[in-house]
Structures are given as C-alpha cells and as structure tokens.
Design a protein around this ligand. Structure first.
Ligand SMILES: C[S@@+](CC[C@H](N)C(=O)[O-])C[C@H]1O[C@@H](n2cnc3c(N)ncnc32)[C@H](O)[C@@H]1O
Length: 313
C-alpha cells in the first residue's frame, strides 16, 4: 500500500492509544454491487474513494482496475487507514489522511489531472461505532467525542457543556430534525448544572427520558440528537457542500461521482447539488436503495441512498 505524502505534512496522526486496535475492520460495505455497476471499474482506471473506512469499497474497486489502474483512498480518521490495511495492502491503493474536500489538492500532489470516478460513502463506519472511546454508540461509557478526526476541533461533550440552551436547541433541531429539541436542550442544561454530561450513555438516557419512543418505529429516540451533534462537531454538511462544488472538476469528461448518504439532510444536498450543476448529468432519477436481501444481512444498508452523476461539460 502506498501512502501519499499529503497526510504526513498536513494532518498529524492521532495520538497513540493504549488499547490496541482490532487487526481489521468489521464494517460491511453497503450497496457494493451497485457501486461497482455504476462506477464501472476497469483496467487502467483511476478512482478516488473519499471515505475509505474499512476499505471494503476500495478493495472491490482496486481488484478490478488492474493492470494499470489504481484507487486513491482518503479518510479523516487515521485509525480507519490502519484498519483498512489488511483489505487493501496487496492492491493498488494509495491512501491519504484527509477530508474528502481535500481531494483536488491530494490529486495535484499525486500529479493526477483527473480521475474516472469518485465515491463518497458518508457518515461513520461500524468500526467507529464499535469503538467505546469515541461515543458513537448510545451504550458507550467512554467520552462523548463523535469526531472522525480527533486531532482537530472539539469533542461533542464540550459543545454540550458550553452552548447556551437556545443554541443547543437550534442545533438539535437544524441538524437532527428533532421536533422536541427545546425540551431536550432544557433538560441538558438542567442536568449539567448538577452533573457534567460526558458520555454517550448519559446523553442517550437523558434524551430517552424526554422523547417518547414513537410507536411502530424501531429507531432509538436518541438517534436524531446524536446525529445533530455529530454533524455539528464534524461540520459534515459544509464538507458535503464543498465537495459538491469542487469534486466535479476532478473528474474526466464522462467520469462518475457516486454519493451514498444515510439521512435526509445529506440526501437533499446531494439531490439538489447534482440537479443544479451544469457540469453534471444525473444518472439516477431516484436514489438506488439496498435490496431486501442486503438489508436482511446488513440492517445499516436500509437507510443508504446512492445517487450518481456523470461529468458532461
Ligand atoms: C461509512 S464509512 C465508509 C466505509 C467504506 N466505504 C468501506 O467500504 O469500508 C465512512 C467513513 O468516512 C469517513 N469520513 C467521514 N467524513 C469524512 C470527510 N469529510 N472526509 C473524509 N473522510 C470522512 C469516516 O471517518 C468513515 O471512516
């Protein structure tokens, strides 16, 4: 596996951990057949995977671009690159730690003018969800961090500690589309006066105590609040908007941009971004969804929506 020099200069590696990482990923790539079908990896092609994660999509794409082609894998989380290594180390994959918004600079550094395809598989991986130290899982008793890149920005527990009640309510409403955001913010502010909220399980039980579980819905009442905080600490919507503005110029004419989103805020941005971009032709009128068979094997796939556009200018 080649490592692009980009990560070493611009993005310091995360501090060493005392608990060793599991040797490989537990993440199952979603919509894998569909991604392959639409990105059409073939000998000699260069494809960027802007969200490498456990390397599942990259490995499948990389094995199809030989001879002569390669995959550039980018992730904000240095631990993802380590975990992906067993899946991609024997394949033509060059990795860089960075934001997918940095893809234009990364390609420039690699002296690549334009690529045949770009994939973004948004959100978090099952590896990050399983990591107690990161706070993505509602049960976790480690710090409520929620950052993909723990070397920059502020962890979510600090937002919860510092934001005013009004600001918290607006954030939970705007990024979580949570109707009961004011009630949740009031409770957070009341509770933090007596006891700091530092862990995911503390926050999840607080939210559950003020949001009734809607009948027939299997999602945890804390889901929308966690989504809102995660979007805020990682500035996720801003990254996606920047990517939509700049990534089409990295594609060769006829090159494909494929984006998998997991909630309506992201999907709306992708849908309108593609539709309003004169450089792109939208190839998927409706988003591609997982089959019942895939969803049965990997419940995470049930909310995945894949949209594809082709560079035409
Ligand atoms: C759903 S996982 C990708 C899984 C991957 N497709 C696979 O097959 O294993 C999303 C990954 O995107 C990364 N990520 C999230 N936002 C990012 C950003 N703005 N730039 C780069 N990576 C990002 C996360 O750290 C996470 O590893």
């Amino acid at each position: 596996m080649a490592r692009c020099a980009y990560d070493l200069t611009k993005f310091p590696l995360a501090p060493c951990r005392e608990i060793p990482l599991p040797p490989s990923t537990c993440h199952i790539p979603v919509l894998l057949d569909e991604v392959i079908q639409w990105l059409e990896p073939a000998a000699g092609k260069i494809i960027v995977d802007g969200t490498l994660g456990g390397g599942g999509h990259s490995a499948a794409l990389a094995s199809r671009v030989l001879p002569g082609g390669k995959i550039i894998g980018v992730d904000l989380d240095p631990e993802a690159l380590e975990r992906a290594q067993p899946a991609i180390s024997s394949l033509p994959v060059t990795v860089a730690v960075g934001n997918y918004t940095d893809i234009p600079q990364i390609l420039r550094q690699l002296e690549i003018d334009a690529v045949d395809g770009i994939l973004l598989d948004l959100g978090l991986s099952s590896d990050q969800l399983a990591d107690e130290e990161r706070g993505f899982s509602f049960q976790s008793t480690g710090p409520l961090d929620l950052r993909f890149d723990r070397s920059s920005g502020k962890p979510a527990w600090q937002l919860i500690e510092r934001l005013s009640e009004r600001h918290l309510a607006d954030l939970i409403y705007q990024f979580g589309e949570e109707r009961l955001s004011r009630r949740i913010a009031r409770k957070i502010v009341a509770q933090r006066r007596s006891e700091p909220i530092r862990t995911a399980d503390q926050l999840a039980s607080l939210v559950r105590s003020c949001v009734p579980r809607s009948r027939g819905h299997r999602i945890d009442p804390a889901t929308r609040t966690f989504q809102a905080l995660r979007i805020a600490v990682n500035d996720e919507l801003k990254s996606l908007q920047e990517a939509l503005a700049h990534l089409p110029t990295c594609l060769k004419p006829g090159g494909h941009l494929a984006i998998i989103s997991f909630h309506s805020l992201e999907d709306r941005l992708v849908k309108h971004g593609f539709r309003n971009d004169d450089r792109l032709e939208v190839l998927t009128k409706r988003p591609v969804r997982a089959t019942d068979e895939e969803t049965a094997q990997n419940p995470r796939a049930s909310s995945a929506k894949l949209r594809i556009a082709k560079r035409v200018d």
